[in-house]
Design a protein around this ligand. Structure first.
Ligand SMILES: *Cc1c(COP(=O)(O)O)cnc(C)c1O
Length: 421
């Protein structure tokens, strides 16, 4: 569910006409809804009611300061995967004890930064990382709280580029080696082992892979406890999928997911952490674009937009589908026509959709990509020297630019010229 609906014949973000925002900030731009963000965060929080829990938003999905502040005010913790994200979370007012540090390649500098600034726990992904973290902690005279990410070898049944829980993936340690690795960790004086971490992938549309993974985690918890480890926190990762079209089957709801967690892990008395990203912000954002030209080709018409692959890379990178809708509500029963929807970038991969059936549109019209809030703005680049596009946050009848479009001079002046030129 989201708050981008037609009202009085035009697409609105909550109570603000999208065309009004477009007139103020120019296209293309990302637009987020506070009400949707809030609703989705609360769904997760309520799904875990009755268990000691913390929802740590996976901020790599969308990390604008205004989004982080909105979620932090609701009680969210943050899951970070880099020093930059750690700095962003702290800048948004999130205390260290609500920040979890994930990622396969944490550097010693990042470890130092988090240990000095405050951290809830590190989700450690390998033995070399464990050794490095132990050394950094000892050097600082502290103990680093850790979980170890185990790879449960389950098939998440999602796109290969976002599956992370099979044995061939780079993430975590094989669950079959967990006892050995936990014993090594327990012997390191700079580490305090507090729990287990698992994250099997993104955009999961079934509960079954989660069930398989969490059952393995439950079993491992008992095994490790029997060996003397005080396993008291389980970090269950993120990954619950969202509906990318309004026509297909909806993925499971956070409520069902919460029930599954209680069923598989509730008896252990552990504190539960989850790290949803996509489901919190995915349907809370749209990408609004202008139509530059409608170009007739051989056997096909191209819709050339002012948004491109550098602004939203998901279709090029994951063959992702986004519904694309006109900002002016189409007349009921209007006949749909096929378009190849493309951007202006000089790559054939700059194609958002092929043969997409849409109501007819013309030069100068506005269209909106739905479900573009997650892995949208954060994955954008300035390829073709196209400025990073603005982000706008709507709140009821108000909207604010939460990241402005840079000028060409700002982009150019980031480069520096060596003295010999
Ligand atoms: C990406 C990621 C998440 C969030 O995944 P979503 O599919 O966006 O919910 C959570 N935890 C870890 C470790 C991740 O890498």
């Amino acid at each position: 569910m989201d708050h981008f609906n037609y009202q009085g014949g035009e697409l609105c973000a909550e109570d603000v006409p999208v065309a009004e925002i477009a007139a103020a900030v120019g296209t293309p731009f990302y637009c987020y809804s506070t009400a949707t963000l809030t609703r989705h965060f609360r769904l997760f929080d309520e799904a875990l009611a009755g268990m000691d829990h913390l929802v740590c938003y996976a901020m790599k999905a969308a990390s604008n300061q205004a989004i982080l502040r909105t979620l932090a005010a609701l009680g969210a913790g943050m899951d970070v995967v880099s020093g930059g994200e750690y700095a962003r979370a702290r800048a948004a007012g999130v205390p260290g004890e609500r920040i979890v540090f994930s990622g396969v390649g944490k550097t010693r500098d990042e470890m130092r930064m988090a240990l000095t600034g405050g951290i809830r726990q590190f989700n450690v992904e390998s033995e070399p990382e464990m050794t490095a973290l132990n050394a950094v902690a000892l050097e600082l005279g502290v103990k680093a709280p850790i979980t170890i990410r185990v790879n449960p070898d389950v098939d998440a049944k999602t796109h290969a580029k976002i599956a992370t829980g099979k044995s061939e993936n780079k993430f975590g340690i094989p669950i079959s080696r967990a006892r050995e690795v936990y014993a090594e960790a327990a012997a390191m004086p700079g580490l305090e082992v507090i729990g287990i971490d698992v994250h099997i992938g993104s955009q999961l549309t079934e509960l079954e892979p989660f069930r398989q993974a969490y059952e393995k985690v439950a079993e491992l918890t008992e095994t490790l406890r029997a060996e003397g480890h005080d396993i008291r926190r389980l970090d269950l990762g993120g990954g619950l999928g969202i509906p990318y079209t309004r026509s297909n089957d909806a993925p499971p709801l956070p409520t069902d997911y919460g029930r599954l967690i209680k069923e598989t892990l509730g008896h252990l008395g552990c504190e539960i952490e989850i790290e949803p990203g996509r489901l919190v912000v995915g349907n809370a954002g749209i990408l609004v674009s202008g139509v530059i030209y409608v170009k007739s080709g051989e056997g096909r018409d191209f819709l050339i937009l002012d948004a491109a692959m550098n602004d939203l890379i998901r279709p090029a990178m994951y063959d992702a589908h986004h519904d694309i809708v006109p900002v002016v509500e189409p007349a009921p029963g209007v006949e749909q026509v096929p378009y190849d929807v493309v951007g202006p970038v000089c790559e054939s991969g700059d194609t958002f959709a092929k043969g997409r059936m849409m109501p007819p549109v013309k030069d100068g019209d506005l269209v909106a990509f739905r479900s573009a809030g997650a892995y949208g703005a954060v994955m954008s680049s300035e390829y073709n020297t196209r400025p990073l596009i603005p982000e706008v946050l709507v709140h009821g009848r108000e909207f604010a630019v939460i990241r402005a479009r840079p000028t060409f001079d700002e982009i150019i002046n980031r480069d520096t010229i060596p003295e010999w030129l």
